[in-house]
Design a protein around this ligand. Sequence first.
Ligand SMILES: [Ca+2]
Ligand SMILES: [Ca+2]
Length: 240
Amino acid sequence: MVLAQKTMLAALSCLLFLPILASSTTPTAAPALPPTSPPTTPRGDVQLVGGITAYDGILQVWFDGEWGTVCDDWPFSDEAAEVVCQQLAGTSFESWTSDSGSCYDEMDVSVPIHLDDVECDGSEARLSDCDHSGWGVSNCVHTEDVSIVCALPTGVADAGDRTCTPELCGDPYKLCEENGLYWCCDTTSEYPKCGDSWGYCQEEGLTKKEKKSILVAVLTTLAVFFVCTIKTAPAVLVET
Ligand SMILES: [Ca+2]
Ligand SMILES: [Ca+2]
């Protein structure tokens, strides 16, 4: 009984003196780092980071208190890029690509990939209104992050050429094309031919501008080849 009373008295004295102790020993709080975005940011807001302006760079979307990226996997399309630019700036997209770290600094692995398999028809008001595989559900890595260049809104100063020109299919991959889409396919796999197995191919996500420049390069090469062949053919005949 005496022991119980002593214990109660000790507990009471602790309770009485605790606020005094706390106020006298509380260390000066370290300044908190400013959040990258207000916690009130609506889910599904988008931003472009790492570019020259706020209207070009790697696409990020806000979900669950942090910014995360969007994977380039099919069916991400021109329509999806258009939805992003309309949502962000009220302008059209100029180009989009999977960056692979060649135009913008690749995201750290700690940055989540929020969206994958995004399918928009272009009528959506927000990217998060499009179909996707589910928030945080993806089979991607950051080399597949979508990057976009949006047209600048009225009143924003011209920032020069903001076009992203990614490296195309570094070794051991080769560029494949099917149905207007370009793919980088692993030539060392057991299915080295284009289109044999998508499991060994990654969609390159080239922009319209890039597709056009490849076509121009191929046509130019062919033209030069034929001109050279025609010009050199008679000379060979004379010599023999
Ligand atoms: Ca991909
Ligand atoms: Ca995917």
